[in-house]
Design a protein around this ligand. Structure first.
Ligand code: KPL
Length: 301
């Protein structure tokens, strides 16, 4: 049995694909009023996988149930990940496997520190999905899941090979470079979409020389972390491929939700400073993004 905490687009996407392939999974919802609402609406999800719309019954419960948990997928926002795992501490088996889908960095290590006996895996996801309503999900872009252990000595989980084909997965024993590269791409795009309130495709024109400076600093930070690759080229190809998208940070802003800025750019700036790397352009970007959040009365960290 796989438990999924966090019933946003990504959590529901995992649940829907497992359910469609007749695999056992249960959703852990935030509180009893969410659970009542879920069940009042029939306890099912309308899942549009691009080919058909499926009505999928999905079992749900709250964290304070008592059944033991051996496998947990954490699909919350980064700032909610540790509290979500803490909420099921009484149910987690000592050698449980925890799979983390969070953006940015920082939340993964905090969970590994708080649950040293568990095996913690990170999953970098490129699927795109959105919810027209609480219990409807559209799988808008088929992507890929790269999974690897937060600490290198942990082996691949047995059940990976038994995942349905719809959850395309590859095992990467050295996951940190994957997470760092994604973090750097998000640092170069998301904060600019926040401060200029623009789509991804407009960032190069709006940010211009500032983006170039940030890319140079991010490239230095990646090199310090032992991560290879041409960031400039990667960022520009992501911008091209997602030109019409609102970044996740801009979507949070428009929804009046807390953003993950602190786990993206905040984390990168702190890591750079800790390594003695001066990052004036990134620091200025961080301050400008925080100012934008304060103007919208949202938490700045
Ligand atoms: O991951 C993203 C995000 O919005 O968080 C990008 C790559 C910027 C796509 O929008």
């Amino acid at each position: 049995m796989l438990y999924i905490v966090g019933a946003g687009s990504l959590g529901l996407l995992w649940a829907a694909r497992l359910r469609l392939a007749n695999r056992d999974c249960r959703l852990i919802l935030r509180n009893s009023s969410r659970l009542e609402q879920w069940n009042r609406n029939g306890g099912e999800l309308g899942f549009n996988d691009g080919a058909a719309v499926h009505r999928l019954p999905l079992a749900a419960e709250t964290a304070d149930a008592t059944t033991p948990i051996l496998r947990l997928v954490v699909a919350t926002k980064s700032y909610a990940a540790l509290p979500a795992v803490e909420s099921v501490r009484h149910r987690l088996q000592p050698d449980a496997e925890i799979f983390l889908l969070q953006n940015g960095l920082g939340s993964q290590q905090a969970i590994a520190d708080a649950f040293p006996a568990c095996r913690v895996y990170c999953i970098s996801v490129t699927d795109g999905a959105w919810r027209p309503s609480e219990q409807e999900l559209i799988w808008a872009g088929r992507g890929h899941n790269i999974i690897g252990p937060l600490h290198p000595d942990i082996p691949a989980p047995d059940w990976l090979s038994s995942l349905p084909a719809s959850i395309a997965t590859s095992w990467q024993p050295d996951i940190m470079p994957v997470l760092w590269r994604k973090l750097a791409v998000n640092c170069a795009i998301n904060p600019f979409t926040l401060i200029y309130d623009c789509r991804n495709g407009e960032v190069p024109e709006r940010a211009d020389g500032w983006l170039t400076e940030c890319l140079a600093e991010l490239q230095q930070l990646l090199t310090l972390q032992g991560v290879q690759g041409d960031l400039d080229q990667q960022v520009h190809s992501v911008i091209l491929a997602t030109a019409n998208n609102s970044s996740s940070t801009r979507q949070d802003l428009h929804a009046g939700r807390r953003t993950e800025l602190d786990y993206i750019l905040g984390y990168a700036c702190r890591a750079a400073h800790a390594a003695g790397l001066a990052t004036p352009a990134l620091d200025r970007l961080h301050r400008a993004a925080q100012d934008t959040l304060r103007t919208h009365r949202l938490p700045a960290d």
